[in-house]
Write a protein that binds this ligand. Structure first.
Ligand SMILES: [Zn+2]
Length: 283
């Protein structure tokens, strides 16, 4: 995990990239080609958003891959059929865990191939929770609480989505996938006004934007979004087709333009936050 603190006066903005890690732990023990596992990464997302500290925000990111353990899933989102023995705690697997193999610990690749040629021990899953999942959650909680210490705070949960997102979800595409998909748990993790502000910021720079289609957000939004208490949490998915070669995971030349536009959105967002909280900003 990496935390990048504000480069100047802090504003109550925290961004987190839970899925862009590429350091595959030595004890992973997967049985598929690495290239297949990498298709679930939000590769380079923390780089796209690296202007966050320059505008006064804090950037938290996972350095480990989501296929090893996904910090954007609930701790109990476990498929016990992956395990060689009984799980000592409670489980409540999500539909996505059981149908796509994408729970707390992924059982299948995006191509629906089993990741392991073995059952996992309860001890190794517990190790992933204690050494990766819990520290990420703890750190993000602390950073968000610190940002909210004197009033409202804004949290952007940063992701990228495959250009064939509808197909991956087993859904018929209603039209082309948008460049940017905002998720707010259908209005529950942040105010409609904030979602609309971010949508407009991307649209006016030439990007197509959809809201809650096809992704509404996951466990980090459920955990941290509470707009009635001034805790705005919004998920932002960028279409990989506009910045990434999805086979090689290398950046496309136009990724630089996207990064510049995101930096520009962040500058405007910093002004928006300063205007919304004039007495709260450090001089
Ligand atoms: Zn993601």
């Amino acid at each position: 995990m990496q935390i990048v603190l504000p480069a100047g006066p802090a504003i109550p903005l925290v961004c987190d990239s839970p899925h862009s890690g590429t350091d595959y732990p030595a004890d992973f023990g997967y049985a598929v080609p690495l290239a297949e596992l990498r298709k679930s990464e939000d590769t380079h997302v923390h780089w796209l958003w690296d202007a966050v500290p320059r505008v006064g925000g804090t950037l938290v990111r996972a350095t480990f891959p989501r296929s090893y353990i996904d910090v954007n899933r609930h701790e109990r989102d476990i498929d016990v059929t992956m395990l060689a023995e009984a799980w000592p705690g409670e489980v409540s697997p999500s539909e996505r865990c059981l149908t796509l193999g994408n729970g707390l610990v992924f059982s299948h690749t995006t191509a629906k191939t089993p990741i392991y040629a073995r059952r996992l021990t309860a001890k190794e899953v517990a190790h992933r929770i204690e050494s990766y999942w819990r520290p990420y959650r703890h750190t993000l909680t602390q950073v968000l609480n610190a940002a909210a210490a004197r009033g409202p705070r804004w949290h952007l949960n940063l992701h990228s989505m495959p250009s064939n997102a509808y197909e991956r979800l087993g859904r018929v595409a209603p039209g082309p996938l948008a460049d940017v998909v905002l998720g707010d748990l259908n209005g529950h993790s942040c105010s409609g006004a904030f979602t609309e502000w971010v949508a407009r910021a991307f649209r006016c720079r030439g990007y197509t934007v959809a809201v809650n289609d096809p992704y509404v957000g996951q466990d980090l939004l459920r955990e941290f979004g509470d707009p009635a208490r001034g805790r705005e949490s919004l998920q932002i998915e960028v279409n990989r087709g506009i910045y990434l070669n999805e086979q090689t995971r290398e950046l496309l030349p136009r990724a630089d333009d996207l990064r510049v536009d995101i930096a520009d959105v962040l500058q405007d967002l910093a002004s928006f936050i300063r205007n919304a909280t004039p007495s709260l900003i450090d001089p």
